[in-house]
Every structure is written in C-alpha cells, then in structure tokens.
Design a protein around this ligand. Structure first.
Ligand code: SIN
Ligand code: FE2
Length: 212
C-alpha cells in the first residue's frame, strides 16, 4: 500500500459535510455501475444539450428512469421521452436505484425512491458552474450523486452562488447525499484534472438521482 492509499484508507467511510450533506466513500461498486451505465447509453447515447440561451453544454448527458432532465430553447425540464430518439428513457436499473435508496438511508433519508437519474460525462478540463437543482417539483427528497472514474472536486457553496465553498473530493465509487437544509444549496464541479482510471480512461461520470 502506498502512502496515498494508506491515508485514503484512514479516512472515514461516512462523513457529514454539513447539515443534510453526507459523503459515503467507496459506497458504490463502480464496475457494476459503469456496466449498467453503458447499457443505458446504448439506448440513450450521451449528447451535448443546448442551454435555453443557445450555448452548448460541454458536459455530455443522458438519463434513465421515468423522467429525464433536458435542456433546450424551451427551457430546462423533465420529460418522459428522449428528444433525440422519441423513445422513453431507458428504465432505471434496479441495482442503480438500490444504491441510491441505500445511500439516502445512510444519509438520513429512508424511503427514497428516485424516478429520475441524470448521467453526466466529464472530459478533462470540463466543469459545472455553480447552480441549484431546482427543476424538481418535490424538494423533500435529496439528490444522490454517484461518482465514477477520474476524481473531481465538488464545490458546495451554500445559500449564495459564489463565495468560499466547501471543497469535496469525489472519487470513484463515492456517493454524495445532499438534502434537507442543503437541498437547495448552490454547488458545482471544478474543471476535471488530467487523470487515468482503469474503467473510464481520462473521463469522469456522475449519476445524479432525483425525485421529481
Ligand atoms: C450536478 O450537480 O448536477 C452534478 C454533480 C456532479 O457531477 O458531481
Ligand atoms: Fe446539480
């Protein structure tokens, strides 16, 4: 075991970051998640959506579950069909839903049954600007994020869009639960640093589960 791995193994498996925010290190079996995600992407390929203002969203996305998060000239919205294919989004694999349910429970939200899962694909250098997840109608439930591949720094800003964030390193298999008092917290992801992961190469994936 190298020194970095040794320090990693000494970090707590479950950590309360702030009110309603729990980090579960290595909670998900990333090999299994990666395989299921590839199956989703065979039916609903990753694509670059366009913001309502006409800009390309460089982080590529797809969805699984009853509803999928979409962006276009008409705004941001959840819809049951994939606008690229006209087909319903692929069903949410039970194994993925279970990870989200168990993580939410570990974070203090028992009985979580997400009906939407947005999957983001980050190439090196891509970031996600600070935002709130506010397109969901039901804010009682947390957003649960599973990270796969190259590590990224998640930034939790809180009540205001900018300022000094709490930086959270999200590594392969880590799960972040964000709900309760922090459900509407501003957050973002720093530009993906160069890295290599045996499953994903130089990429990072995040699966964000929601109830909407
Ligand atoms: C998001 O906030 O929608 C995604 C967060 C992440 O990729 O970890
Ligand atoms: Fe978000």
């Amino acid at each position: 075991m190298g020194v970095a791995d040794l320090f990693d193994s000494l970090r707590p498996k479950s950590e309360t970051i702030s009110d309603g925010v729990t980090l579960l290190r290595g909670f998900a079996d990333s090999g299994a998640v990666y395989e299921l995600m590839q199956q989703v992407a065979r039916h609903a390929p990753f694509r670059n959506q366009i913001t309502p203002g006409g800009h390309i969203i460089k982080v590529a996305t797809t969805n699984c579950g009853a509803l999928g998060w979409t962006s276009g000239p008409g705004g941001y919205r959840y819809r049951p069909d994939d606008p690229e294919t006209g087909l319903p989004w692929p069903a949410m694999p039970a194994q993925l839903a279970n990870i989200a349910t168990e993580a939410a429970e570990a974070g203090g939200f028992p009985g979580y049954h997400p009906n939407a899962c947005l999957i983001n694909l980050y190439a090196p250098g891509l970031k996600l600007s600070s935002h709130q997840d506010k397109n969901e109608r039901d804010r009682r439930w947390p957003v649960v994020t599973v990270s796969i591949g190259v590590p990224a720094t998640f930034q939790l800003f809180g009540d205001s869009r900018s300022g000094k964030p709490i930086n959270i390193l999200l590594q392969d298999g880590d799960v972040l639960v964000m709900g309760g008092a922090s459900r509407m917290a501003y957050h973002g992801v720093k530009a993906l640093a160069a890295g290599q992961h045996p499953l994903t190469g130089d990429k990072r994936y995040s699966l964000t589960f929601r109830v909407t």
